[in-house]
Design a protein around this ligand. Structure first.
Ligand SMILES: [Zn+2]
Length: 483
């Protein structure tokens, strides 16, 4: 009972705190007074002081027009204190500096702006990823995968498909919202649930995805460092009213590393924020003197060495220190692309299980008629559905199979698999993988390549080196008819 009364009191408090404040949300309109004020630092109006609760409620948000700014006090991830920022309403979200998603009121109706703490890095530097269906339209998947792979191959970060983790990112390709951005992301891990990364269809590039993933990992804009005024000058006179607030400082404390003009997190000098796009919205400075900006400013589509060092330092600080994962991002949800009419669902399921390793579809469904079997060919292999089940042949073994011809082997009777360590001694001679067929077996090793032999010879194993040599000679047999 006591608990219920307390909750009721809390509700009353919330109501008192919320209702009068609806009118007090600061609205940036196009009046000259506001424009003048926004040309310098954001005004020090701290809504937090007006409240009994350090939160920003959906009703506050709903009084804003689309594209309108509000000033709210936020403690951004990794910052030591809350600060006032102009944030812009687009759809159900508030955005900071163009592409940083501060909050989505569709997901949570209250924005707490003082509870962000420093644990915004991803545990173990591992980021679970969901690609929503929109990613698989057009060639978006290829671009996005390439960006995810960049991190997997160049940094200590691992992007992998989400299984059941409570924190993850959702990558989504959305229609153009007219705001001029190519993508957007929250900073860092955030609270529980999925952080949505938005990519604007037909506007984003691989560089955009990498930039947004850097935000998702906890990295801010370079030209929003606390010491940026030593290195660049923002030309507010040439910035559209709707974009005035895209240059706010995002980090307090000491900036890490030297100022990096070529950072993938740096805005270009010339951009669509400009009133006159032939003139820059920022210029570069050296010891207080305006100098020509390097050509790389805002034009990089990959992180610089300094970007990578900054990311590395952030995650080393969180206890993550390791060599790159060197393994591609894989998704079980990649649909068969390039194929029409693959109605054999057993083949579709098998293809999904290989998470894109087979590449794009190349053939459509081929019905082998009298043999009562189906076949689909892919970029890097094929899947057969025969009386032996559904089997994949791929990689170098598939190349060998195609070169020597179906007649020599018959249908596959297994997927490619490891040669068991305790089996028949093939591993002693460098062979590690095997695909079995009706008539013959193909084995493969990273140093020795492929070889095929009669099934009985495979089972018997390489009794002597001489016998092995004899078997290997068969590699030079002429190529036969393909099926
Ligand atoms: Zn950004």
């Amino acid at each position: 009972m006591k608990k219920i009364i307390l909750q009721l009191c809390f509700l009353v408090l919330l109501t008192i705190a919320t209702v009068p404040l609806q009118a007090q949300v600061t609205r940036a309109d196009s009046s000259s007074e506001i424009l003048q004020r926004t040309a310098t630092a954001p005004a020090a109006i701290n809504l937090k002081r007006l409240r009994t609760s350090a939160e920003y409620f959906r009703p506050d948000f709903e009084v804003l027009q689309q594209g309108e700014y509000s000033i709210i006090s936020l403690r951004l991830p990794g910052n030591s204190a809350a600060k006032d920022y102009y944030v812009k309403k687009i759809g159900s979200k508030l955005y900071l500096n163009g592409d940083i998603i501060v909050h989505d009121f569709n997901l949570m109706s209250t924005l707490s702006y003082t509870t962000n703490n420093n644990s915004y890095t991803w545990p173990d530097g591992t980021v679970p990823v969901i690609l929503d269906n929109s990613v698989f339209a057009s060639d978006y998947y290829v671009i996005i995968k390439s960006a995810l792979d960049y991190f997997n191959y160049h940094t200590s970060i691992i992007f992998k498909e989400r299984t059941n983790e409570s924190n993850y990112i959702i990558i989504s390709c959305i229609d153009n919202d007219g705001s001029g951005k190519a993508g957007a992301s929250p900073i860092g891990k955030g609270g529980s649930g999925g952080n949505k990364i938005e990519l604007i269809k037909d506007a984003f590039s691989r560089g955009t995805v990498i930039h947004e993933l850097m935000h998702a990992l906890g990295i801010y804009h370079e030209q929003s460092r606390s010491d940026r005024d030593k290195y660049v000058e923002i030309k507010f006179d040439n910035i559209k009213a709707a974009a005035k607030h895209n240059f706010q400082i995002e980090r307090d404390g000491i900036a890490r590393g030297a100022y990096d003009y070529c950072s993938i997190m740096h805005y270009p000098a010339f951009n669509s924020f400009a009133i006159d796009e032939t003139k820059p919205t920022l210029v570069c400075k050296n010891n207080g003197v305006i100098v020509a900006c390097p050509g790389c400013v805002g034009n990089n589509d990959e992180p610089t060495r300094m970007d990578l060092d900054g990311l590395d330092a952030l995650y080393r600080g969180a206890g993550v220190s390791r060599a790159p994962y060197n393994h591609p991002f894989e998704s079980a949800n990649v649909p068969i692309s390039g194929c029409i009419g693959v109605t054999d669902l057993s083949i579709v399921d098998k293809w999904k299980a290989y998470k894109g390793a087979l590449g794009d579809c190349r053939s459509g469904l081929i019905n082998l008629g009298i043999l009562a079997a189906n076949l689909v060919r892919f970029e890097h292999g094929a899947i057969y559905h025969s009386t032996h089940g559904v089997n994949v042949v791929y990689g170098d073994i598939y190349k060998h199979f195609v070169a020597k011809g179906f007649v020599r082997f018959g249908f596959p009777t297994s997927d490619e698999e490891d040669i068991p360590v305790t089996f028949s001694g093939w591993r002693r001679y460098g062979y590690t993988r095997v695909s079995k067929f009706e008539v013959r077996t193909i084995i493969w090793g990273p140093r020795v390549g492929t070889m095929d032999l009669l099934n009985a010879d495979y089972v018997a194993g390489p009794l002597t080196r001489e016998q092995l040599k004899l078997l290997e000679l068969q590699r030079t047999e002429p190529i036969r008819l393909q099926h």
